[in-house]
Write a protein that binds this ligand. Structure first.
Ligand code: NAD
Length: 236
């Protein structure tokens, strides 16, 4: 294998075949909602009930028995297990399907659906049930309101220092199922290229930053991702 430092970025497309709808493939609506109504700090201030309800519905769907990790999630976990170099999986997804497949070194740069955050202390708690305006934290006295631990549009993504450090060392950068429309993630390919990595896009259709990748695989994630990563392991 010609690589020692691999960084993978995943987006909503990798979870599409698990039954979780992407965002851009539905006329720019996310489960029939405009993002500015459910995924911005302004929306949360304006109509908190709608925002809590939106994420409660997403969480219930994620925890329903018919949602499972797919072959693409499994192939990435298997690659990480067998690869002897450094491996980092950065995901824009808020679902936990990478973890369910067995991935270990995962950074959720846009937060996690199965977590809430204290609005006062910012402490994170695991959340498997609905959260409402009357839900309260266990960390403050008096107890304070909780919000979804999600990075909304207009907020700073998480783990940017770690991600930028990993990109600066990467010799292979692979982006899977992401439209290339949401920054800073859409800019990772430029950073990886700048530091000399080989860059590969795996997507159903060409993304907005398609031309910046040096190699492309077009197809469903459940076929293209196992094919690509299994071939890399065979090369080693
Ligand atoms: P996006 O919805 O903007 O783009 C999805 C991309 O996946 C598209 O380029 C599409 O062509 C591709 N795609 C669709 N089906 C595919 C398949 N079967 N195989 C391979 N590729 C496929 O997604 P994004 O770029 O990740 O940005 C959306 C934002 O919305 C993210 O910030 C994310 O937090 C949030 N979101 C998350 C989830 C989730 O956690 N599963 C779902 C929807 C939206």
């Amino acid at each position: 294998m010609p690589y020692n430092n691999v960084v993978v970025l995943t987006g909503a497309g990798i979870s599409a075949e698990s039954g979780i709808k992407t965002f851009r493939d539905n006329n720019g609506l996310w489960e029939n909602h405009a993002v500015e109504d459910v995924a911005t700090p302004e929306a949360f201030r304006r109509n908190p009930d709608l925002v809590y309800d939106f994420y409660n519905q997403r969480r219930r769907q994620l925890l329903s028995p018919d949602i499972k990790a797919n072959e693409a999630h499994v192939a990435l976990a298997e690659f990480e297990r067998r690869f002897t170099g450094d491996f980092l999986l950065v995901t824009q997804n808020i679902d936990d399907l990478h973890e369910r497949a067995g991935s270990q070194n995962v950074l959720h740069m846009h937060g996690e659906l199965l977590q809430s955050r204290c609005c006062h202390s910012q402490r994170i708690v695991n959340t498997l049930t609905d959260v409402t305006q009357s839900s309260r934290c266990n960390c403050c006295n008096p107890a304070q309101a909780l919000r979804p631990n999600i990075v909304w549009f207009g907020e700073m993504p998480m783990f940017m220092d770690e991600i930028e450090k990993a990109l600066s060392k990467a010799d292979l950068f692979v982006a899977i199922g992401t439209s290339g429309q949401v920054y800073p993630a859409a800019g990772f390919v430029a950073q990886a290229n700048y530091y000399g990595a080989h860059s590969v896009e795996v997507n159903l259709v060409a993304s907005d930053v398609h031309s910046q990748f040096k190699e492309h695989y077009q197809g469903n994630a459940t076929e293209a991702v196992p094919a690509f990563f299994n071939a890399l392991l065979k090369d080693s």
